[in-house]
Design a protein around this ligand. Structure first.
Ligand SMILES: *[C@@H]1O[C@H](CO)[C@@H](O)[C@H](O)[C@H]1NC(C)=O
Length: 150
């Protein structure tokens, strides 16, 4: 009789494929982080359909590609081909779990932000560009997320 051993990484892969971890399928736009997982509340497959008003969790797990003391969130929304800046919710203060700044190369960080969709927003289709840029100007994380605001 053979005994098969499951390594931790196999187990994580099984959990992931099995759907216990619901990552959102976002389009990467040049993350330098070697590993990022984005989880948007109630949206596994973009476009995310959001009914105003609402507030969606944006959870990101990423591995820092380099040391950095600080980072910030930059958000841009492209609507009808025109890019609009969106207020960013901050950076280091959004790290959760036991992860804190500074960023250390190779270490995994957990980030949690909210994406407020206010009732005064128009009903539009937009592509949201979400960047975590460190103080050295490196895009640790960058992804594009099509949304439909209804
Ligand atoms: C985001 O992370 C928080 C814990 O930090 C968790 O309570 C919440 O369910 C997560 N949301 C999603 C969409 O994964």
């Amino acid at each position: 009789m053979r005994i098969y051993y499951l390594s931790l990484s196999h187990l994580l892969l099984l959990l992931f494929v099995g759907g216990c971890v619901k990552a959102t399928h976002v389009l990467d736009c040049g993350s330098v982080s070697p590993s990022t997982v984005v989880m948007i509340e109630d949206c596994d497959e973009p476009p995310c359909i959001i009914s105003r008003p609402d507030n969606k969790d944006v959870n990101i797990t990423f591995v820092a590609a380099n040391d950095a003391t600080d980072f910030e969130t930059n958000i841009k929304a492209t609507i009808g081909g025109v890019e609009f800046p969106w207020p960013g919710p901050g950076g280091c203060t959004l790290l959760v779990g036991d992860t804190i700044c500074p960023l250390v190369s190779g270490v995994s960080y957990e980030y949690r932000a909210a994406m407020p969709v206010l009732s005064e927003y128009p009903t539009v289709e937009a592509v949201v560009r979400w960047e975590l840029m460190d103080n050295l100007g490196n895009l640790q994380v960058c992804f594009l997320l099509p949304v439909i605001i209804t």
